[in-house]
Design a protein around this ligand. Sequence first.
Ligand code: PEP
Ligand code: MN
Length: 344
Amino acid sequence: MIIVLKKEATEEQIRHIMDTIRSWDLTPNLSRGTERSIIGVIGDERTIRGRPLEAFPGVDHVMTVLKPYKLASAEFRAERTVVRLPPVRAGEAPVAVGGRDVVVVAGPCSVENRDMLFEMAVFLKKAGVRLLRAGAFKPRTSPYAFQGLGVEGLRYLAEVRKEVGLPIITEVMDPRDVEMVGEVADVLQIGARNTQNFNLLKAVGRSSKPALLKRGISGTIEELLMSAEYILNEGNAGVILCERGIRTFEKATRNTLDVSAVPVVKKESHLPIMVDPSHGTGRWDLVAPMSLAAVAAGADGIMVEVHPNPEEALSDGAQALLPKTFEKLMESLRAVAAAVGRSV
Ligand code: PEP
Ligand code: MN
């Protein structure tokens, strides 16, 4: 249920509506916007049916939300969500995901060692990257494949973050690790294999760090938004969605990158959405064209894997861009972003 308030609704009228909703054992969620403010109501809506909400002073009209997700739905918030990251060091520009800037996230698939991570971070920062990605905990299909450096990898991420001044996004796989990973990460990544790990979603929902929530390997957009709902419902409003390709019958690519998920999500939800064309295609030669397509489609950011020597990468070498190819991509991204009224 959504209560749209009159533009001239007073603070006292809003308070009275909120208190009354609470007295019905429902949770009111006030969202203020410049054009309109709304109160979303969470809970068993049967309690509210038949109550003359339109009779309350300050109420303009009342709408029912038919979608299974509420906190994540576009109707539930007066304005689009912008996830803001405080600067890592004084003087650095803050990062805002969901605003005018298209935020470029890049880095190796995994933290392999300190030197390579440092080298990549320095290069990527110079190239205009706003967030460094690299996994310390790696969800691998095979138990025999490189599993990530774990805690040691986190330590390198913390050092590089501080020395280079780039915010970090890294994956958390276990609800018990959320606090520890959150001490290093500026954004907690939830991988495609964990999109419906509900205990992990709830734990991240209790963290003060924003989340990057990837679409499940065979997940629908509705399922993605329901997973976001778990995080939002625990009180964490900083959710960035990420399209990373889905499993289809097509074999030419590792996954089928669903670029249409971008405009669909923008219509259905107020949350920002990024695109990961590296996992989305599994092929380095397709990363640039699909990055450009993502920005043209309205993505708020892209996340790309870059490696100084893909032939020797410990994970996902086939989809990693060489630094010089990445530089060229940045140039094209700037042009496409400008064409759609945004900047990189
Ligand atoms: C990753 O970004 O490192 C990753 C493992 O991606 P995904 O969860 O989308 O497969
Ligand atoms: Mn990877």
